[in-house]
Design a binder for this molecule. Structure first.
Ligand code: SAM
Length: 528
């Protein structure tokens, strides 16, 4: 095995941003579970380590959002680090460092991390970060690398700090495990380095093996979701598919096994960054009886994952818990401030979650949102009082509304410094979007998190600024996008080939931006 230890290193990874990695999001989840977060107030200096940072855009957004933080991204792929360093320079960020290093080396010698943790070290010299994150790493690498990742995270985290670790889990991945195995043998037998060819061959063969939808074969009967997954494969990003299916160490892990592995490194499971999963009583009634009766946390989580066919977990671990009693917890959560994000009026508050679609009280949710629309950002304590809700109910509904991106966690007075760093950052991201860079997010200093934004929206905004509108604007955006090789999609995400349909879709984008999109982006401090 070479320097990559079986990790797919022939190409770089897709560029992504994950809202659950934001410090205020992690703090909120920790508070709900009664842990005093690593920062006592928004705006306090802190350090953040992203292990396996990929192309680095996600970490760059966090660095712009939290100018008082020091951010360090580690990855062993030179392409990723070169891109991260270039991007940080291009986006004008001074509080971020990208380090090319292998977890296997860092576990023996963590000294390269030392200067990055803003001078905070143990007497033994280990760096001390408030937050350590590893998004989509633990189940993509071989077992010794996974162990090294956990050892590095445990040593780098300061006492009371939070470790965010997301990973593929079972039983959700069981059907695709069969596909992974087929891709693996295809790659080993003859396909060689041709990952794309191996993926195509494997998905075509798998479709034959599962049989037609109306007359499934034995495998199709045993794994009924496999057919749909194979049919979706050609429309998925090739880089994503390669990293998901061409890593020798790829191996989803059941929750109990993962928690035991991390506890062996003194990292204790605390919370989920998938907010609805923080509230056991939101579990559907048919699961409640079996799940809630179980006292052992590992057995309970296992039952929950089995019952909800879980495929992905975003877990938060602590290096030493700082317990809050119930009064302290309620008080701290009451002080959390929230703001309206994009919240167009809806009749039914339905929240898709990993354990099914939840329905929340229309009156309570609409009441909270109406209050925020009228009064502006406010504390959870005031919000609960204004909507006449018990505090715990307001916390639960807030978690659901955050999960649905209807609310954001407001950063209070810390917004001001963040505004100064986010607005030039966003202008630079828009420049890159206009060049066709697949960045897809801008930074909102108000809520300390990213908001979705596309190349098409960037072109529409540019056209509007130049005084264009209607069909002329749509024609210009269509031409600009064609020059970049971009795709225009319908509301279901399907590519639109017909030029007239493309123009119609672009005019809708322009109207939506003018009526709701731009006002919301301005309210969130994203655009001036
Ligand atoms: C699936 S990608 C996730 C990237 C990023 N966190 C994201 O979600 O976009 C896994 C990352 O781990 C990095 N990686 C794998 N093995 C590593 C090792 N031994 N040391 C350091 N980084 C490693 C890869 O280069 C890759 O960027």
């Amino acid at each position: 095995m070479g320097w990559d230890h079986g990790y797919y290193s022939s190409d770089y990874y897709t560029i992504g941003y994950y809202r659950e990695m934001a410090p205020n999001w992690l703090d909120f989840a920790a508070l709900v579970k009664g842990h005093r977060p690593p920062r006592s107030v928004e705006g306090e200096p802190f350090s953040y380590l992203d292990l396996g940072c990929g192309m680095g855009f996600g970490l760059c957004i966090l660095a712009a959002l939290y100018p008082e933080g020091e951010f360090t991204g580690v990855d062993f792929l030179p392409d990723h680090i070169a891109h991260g360093q270039w991007l940080a320079r291009r986006l004008g960020l001074a509080n971020i460092t990208f380090l090319e290093a292998d977890f296997l080396d860092l576990q023996h010698d963590p000294s390269p991390l030392r200067p990055a943790a803003a001078g905070a070290t143990t007497p033994g010299g280990a760096a001390q970060f408030h937050y350590v994150a590893a998004h989509g790493i633990a189940t993509w690498v071989i077992e010794p690398v996974q162990q090294a990742l956990f050892a590095v995270a445990a040593a780098a985290l300061r006492p009371g700090g939070l470790f965010y670790c997301s990973y593929n889990t079972y039983p959700g991945w069981l059907p695709l495990q069969a596909f992974h195995q087929l891709v693996k043998v295809e790659r080993q037998q003859g396909a060689g380095g041709d990952v794309k060819g191996a993926l195509q061959r494997a998905s075509q063969r798998m479709l034959t093996l599962v049989g037609p939808a109306n007359e499934p074969a034995v495998l199709g009967l045993a794994l009924p979701t496999l057919r749909a997954e194979m049919e979706k494969a050609p429309s998925k990003d090739q880089r994503y598919l390669s990293q998901e299916y061409a890593n020798d160490g790829w191996q989803p892990v059941y929750v109990a096994d993962m928690h035991q592995r991390l506890m062996a490194h003194k990292l204790r499971p605390l919370a989920s960054a998938t907010l609805p999963e923080l509230f056991a009583d939101l579990v559907p009634t048919q699961l409640q009886a079996v799940v809630m009766a179980e006292q052992d946390p590992l057995v309970r989580e296992t039952l929950l994952d089995l019952g909800s066919n879980k495929s992905f977990r975003r877990d938060i671990f602590v290096n030493g818990q700082l317990h809050l009693n119930e009064a302290q917890r309620q008080q701290a959560l009451g002080r959390v401030s929230v703001a309206l994000q994009a919240a167009p009026p809806i009749n039914d508050y339905l929240f898709p979650t990993s354990f099914g679609t939840l329905t929340a009280s229309q009156a309570s949710c609409a009441g909270m949102e109406a209050w925020l629309a009228e009064a502006g950002p406010c504390s959870l304590e005031d919000l609960a009082a204004s909507a006449n809700l018990p505090p715990e109910e307001a916390i639960r509904l807030t978690a659901l509304l955050l999960h649905a991106n209807r609310l954001g966690l407001h950063r209070g007075p810390a917004c001001e410094a963040a505004l100064a760093s986010c607005q030039p950052f966003n202008a630079a991201v828009i420049e890159l979007l206009l060049e066709g860079a697949p960045l897809a997010y801008l930074a909102s200093p108000l809520i300390g998190n990213g908001v979705g934004f596309s190349s098409i929206q960037a072109m529409v905004v540019q056209g509007l600024e130049q005084g264009m509108e209607g069909e002329l604007l749509a024609v210009c955006v269509q031409a600009g996008l064609a020059a970049l090789g971009g795709t225009i999609r319908d509301a279901e995400g399907q590519p639109l080939e017909d030029p007239a349909a493309q123009l119609e879709a672009l005019q809708t984008v322009a109207v939506d931006l003018q009526t709701t999109g731009l006002p919301a982006l301005r309210r969130l401090g994203v655009l001036a």
